[in-house]
Design a protein around this ligand. Structure first.
Ligand code: BTN
Length: 253
């Protein structure tokens, strides 16, 4: 792997591990400092969002970026959107340069990447405060080659979308090359609006009827926007707009 972003990271690679996010948590508890990138070919206990598991097939990309961003802790909710926007740009680059058919890439609130309505990648962000220090773990799973079973979810891979990568490192390298300068910009500029606007341009089902279930209430309405904290804004039948900072969204077909 030859890239300038590497100068800013300690890279840890594993053939097999339980979960790259859990490895990051162990390292934090051991007192590790600096930017760490953990990559595993296979995970035996990969974690998905909402306490689901993430089936990890050897050959796909499983990575966690461990960072100590110097920002107000409330801004951590912006990170899934920044990562999704950069994933979108990376995927586009592969689909446009490798003679692959032009893909319909969409960003599903809050943290999925879909191609032609099927899940290609997921993001799991965990934040930890230990001894007064804030750590963030950005876990990313991308189906570069294979399609793991995800219950009730249509799944795709870069391979089935026509992108043939010799191995997932090609994707990793391209993504990190874009991520590092954008992360620095995000930290210093304190301007989520640029990211938010880019994210909205590719938002899945924007201005369509969606149903959101946050475990307490379930409402349907029109997906109008995301706010400056990344909360989804749903317009109800009575015209009121209700915001949700977490929850599962579904769509009528
Ligand atoms: C989702 O449910 O969509 C989020 C999936 C996140 C999976 C990745 S794979 C690398 C990292 N390590 C984990 O255990 N999970 C994340």
């Amino acid at each position: 792997m030859q890239s300038s972003w590497l100068e800013n990271y300690t890279l840890l690679t594993f053939d097999k591990i339980d979960s790259t996010n859990d490895e990051a948590i162990r390292l934090i508890k051991k007192g590790i400092q600096g930017n760490i990138l953990i990559v595993a070919d296979k995970q035996t206990n990969g974690k998905g969002s909402k306490e689901k598991s993430w089936k990890s097939i050897a050959g796909n990309l499983h990575m966690s970026i461990l960072l100590q961003p110097i920002v107000d802790i409330n801004r951590i909710t912006e990170l899934p959107f920044l990562v999704a926007v950069i994933l979108n740009e990376t995927i586009k680059e592969f689909t446009s340069t490798l003679n692959a058919p032009k893909s319909d890439i969409k960003l599903k609130w809050p943290n999925d990447i879909l191609v032609a309505g099927k899940k290609l990648a997921g993001i799991l962000i965990e934040s930890i405060n230990l001894k007064g220090e804030n750590y963030v773990i950005i876990g990313i799973g991308i189906n570069t080659h294979f399609m793991p079973d995800i219950p009730n979810t249509e799944v795709t891979s870069l391979f089935s979308e026509g992108v043939i990568l010799k191995n997932s490192t090609f994707f990793l390298n391209n993504f990190m090359q874009k991520f590092q300068p954008n992360y620095i910009k995000w930290m210093t500029n304190n301007n989520f609006n640029d990211t938010r606007e880019k994210w909205l341009k590719s938002a899945y089902k924007l201005n369509n009827v969606v149903t959101i279930d946050n475990g307490i209430i379930k409402v349907s309405g029109i997906f109008k926007n995301i706010d400056l904290n990344g909360a989804i804004c749903i317009e109800l039948d009575n015209g009121n707009v209700q915001k949700f900072s977490s929850g599962q969204i579904s769509f009528s077909k």
